[in-house]
Write a protein that binds this ligand. Structure first.
Ligand SMILES: *Cc1c(COP(=O)(O)O)cnc(C)c1O
Length: 449
């Protein structure tokens, strides 16, 4: 098979995610035949460095030998079984290990099969918890501006990225949106901590006013990824935990993108020393192999549903592939790698190398900011540095970086005008240097008028 054959057949039948298909009249699809480590390869041997971890899911490389072996072994034992009334070892062992690894106090694991579904589970469980306690009036959710929690209607309703949400607004439940602590928005001379702390006043006022009707606050801890890799200081999470307790409101931590070491710690919440009432996990959970999600929660939540069947307090929610054994085995192999190798320590070196690779852009007139939290580094392109004047979105500057990077064998996929690196943890320092070089070239081309 040749690249062109696959592209032709693809465009004949497929409808791609998050894509204006008409773009493919001039923007070629990239067919991929196989992957190894951080590299993807097409049908003619051309290689691409996967700098976005295939949409933030891959942790330890494509075709990772340990994960491959685990999935192969599982394949000969059990591919899938209903998880209602039945059980299997990979689901149990993974739940045990997630509970052990997660912030203290999260003692129950409910599985789903993708990130949006995990968010739906957390929202429904939170509302249902209050209802079981006779407080059914607590049915609203508080979210941060520019947040992203997935594309299904419930998850979309508690998100705030206009590009994805605006069209569907008439279909969505109403959420209470509070200004984000995003530090890109801070005034000159104010540090991240002071800014994030000051922004908490909005949250405090909202909770004080609405606590009686609010079930939960949902946040992406430390990095609002889909919203353009916007970052904030952990102090906001500490303040939020304390305020949620005081106002009798749940805290849902959506670590679907930031979990599993992306921010420097295994879970981002650790940096604030907080335990959420619900922790949503997916993406990196299986090392980027198979769709799986988990919602971890507390015994207090679990107990509010535990009663005689006739009282109708059970959580009657399911997805067909809930706790799929192959996916659970991939997740277990992923956790084995975290256990056996100094992943987080090595990532600190890689993160420093990532910054070094883009340091020459610090003073670039079209770079508004370079920001980084652990293994996520973002470069905000602007028309003018002073006043952070953005480029018009219709100019699609980021897309020019994408195109240039592809021509140089790198998969960089900017979010609007934000160029970012979020590579698998098996990337090498020379590969990081290549990323930096290609990003610098791409930016130079993209900002030209
Ligand atoms: C990707 C993402 C989701 C949605 O996960 P899907 O598996 O794509 O449904 C939810 N929340 C955050 C923070 C994400 O990055």
């Amino acid at each position: 098979m040749r690249n062109t054959d696959l592209i032709r057949r693809d465009l004949g039948v497929l409808w791609h995610p998050c894509t204006q298909m008409k773009d493919h009249e001039w923007l070629p699809l990239v067919p991929i035949r196989r992957g190894k480590g951080v590299w993807l390869e097409d049908f003619e041997g051309r290689r691409y460095l996967d700098a976005v971890s295939s949409w933030w899911v891959n942790l330890f490389g494509h075709a990772n030998p340990r994960i491959n072996a685990a999935v192969r072994e599982q394949l000969d034992e059990l591919e899938h079984v209903i998880l209602a009334g039945f059980s299997h070892a990979p689901a149990v062992e993974l739940a045990e290990r997630l509970v052990e690894a997660a912030p203290a106090g999260l003692s129950r694991c409910f599985y789903a099969d993708n990130g949006s579904s995990a968010v739906e589970v957390a929202l429904k469980m939170s509302y249902h918890y209050w209802r079981n306690l006779g407080r059914g009036g607590k049915r609203k959710f508080v979210t941060l501006s520019n947040s992203y929690h997935g594309e299904t209607l419930g998850a979309l309703a508690v998100g705030d990225v206009a590009l994805y949400k605006e069209t569907y607004k008439p279909l969505l439940m109403e959420a209470i949106t509070v200004p984000s602590p995003d530090c890109w928005q801070r005034e000159p001379g104010v540090d991240w901590e002071a800014h994030s702390r000051a922004m908490f006043a909005h949250m405090e006022a909202t909770l004080a006013e609405h606590a009686d009707e609010v079930a939960a606050v949902i946040v992406e801890p430390l990095v609002q990824c889909a919203g353009g890799m916007r970052m904030y200081h952990p102090v906001y999470l500490s303040l939020l935990r304390e305020a949620c307790d005081r106002h009798d409101v749940h805290l849902i931590a959506d670590e679907i993108a930031v979990g599993f070491g992306r921010t420097g710690t295994l879970f981002a919440c650790e940096q604030a020393g907080v335990t959420p009432d619900f922790l949503c996990l997916s993406k990196g959970l299986t090392g980027g192999y198979l769709p799986l999600a988990a919602v971890l929660t507390t015994d207090a939540v679990y107990q509010a549903f535990y009663d005689d069947y006739q009282r109708l307090t059970a959580f009657l929610h399911s997805h067909s592939y809930t706790g799929n054994p192959l996916a659970c085995r991939a997740a277990l192999a992923t956790l084995d790698i975290f256990r056996d190798e100094p992943v987080l320590a090595r990532n600190r070196e890689l993160a420093a190398a990532m910054y070094d690779a883009v340091r020459p852009l610090e003073d670039h007139p079209n770079v508004g900011e370079i920001r980084q939290t652990g293994m996520i580094l973002a470069i905000e392109l602007v028309r003018e540095r002073a006043g952070k004047v953005p480029f018009d979105w219709r100019e699609r500057r980021g897309l020019k970086v994408y195109q240039h990077a592809l021509s140089r064998g790198v998969l960089l996929r900017p979010l609007g005008n934000v160029v970012y690196f979020m590579p698998p943890y098996v990337i090498s320092e020379p590969e990081i240097a290549l990323l930096g070089e290609v990003a610098r070239e791409g930016i130079a081309l993209a900002v030209r008028d």
